[in-house]
Ligand binder design. Sequence first.
Ligand code: RIB
Length: 291
Amino acid sequence: MIWNLGSINADNFYQLPHLPAPGETLAAIEFDQGLGGKGANMSVAAARAGARVIHIGAVGSDGTWALERLLEYGVDTPHITVVDVPTGHANICVDANGENSIVLFGGANQVLSEQMIGAALTEASPGDILLMQNETSGQVYAAETAKTLGLHVTYAAAPFDARAISAILDQIDVLVLNAVEADQLRADTGHALSDLPVRDIVVTLGAEGCKWVSNTAKSEIFYPAYPVDPVDTTGAGDTFTGYLVAALDRGMNMADAIDLASKAGALMVTRHGTADVIPDLKEIEDHDFST
Ligand code: RIB
């Protein structure tokens, strides 16, 4: 079972010829809205990968649609609280090459209390997974409580904040981060990834693939990506992480879990949108990744 302390956002997508420069006013070619937030994206991805996921989060009274949509996508929602603060949102600019730039408003994601998180985690069992990203309040309390209760902690270090990750580094079992974030972590801690007190570290390398650093086996293995024509990279990393966690929760070994997650992430970059368009297992099975 996966307990995901995660953000829930309304995503506003602006399709643009290029990302705006400072001082530039730019007309969008297209505009769309959907469900997002790194947390919600990971919950949906893990549910679509066949895992039981209980989302721990918060929305404002303007965000009950998001709660209903998560439920529709197979995510358990009793630990999503409706609070007196507006739902988080993200304004996402996507350029012609599928690259993005995102402005975040945390809103309800930042008022998650220890009481809300504790009420959820007391229902967890030893061996369950606590998944987190850096878009909510309460991460230190959640990580400490989860470890006390015998859960495994997986952390996606995005958006990267050296202080946020340092505060929970000792509690993390599986860390997922991209190459830029890995460099920032090295610079901040002064340690190589192989010297961190984290069992498994997966570094995503975009179109190149990913690298698994096992600090128990003392090994570092590279996995190439599946080639695709990207139209929008938004949410691909979240899809990768959600699938990875779901696969590990199902007892897959790391190599097989990375393979499944890489396929899900590859398919995701061929789609516009975030949580609403995350592929399910059947779509991954039906897709020909050899071309
Ligand atoms: O990783 C993509 C996500 O980042 C978007 O869904 C947006 O809401 C932001 O949280």
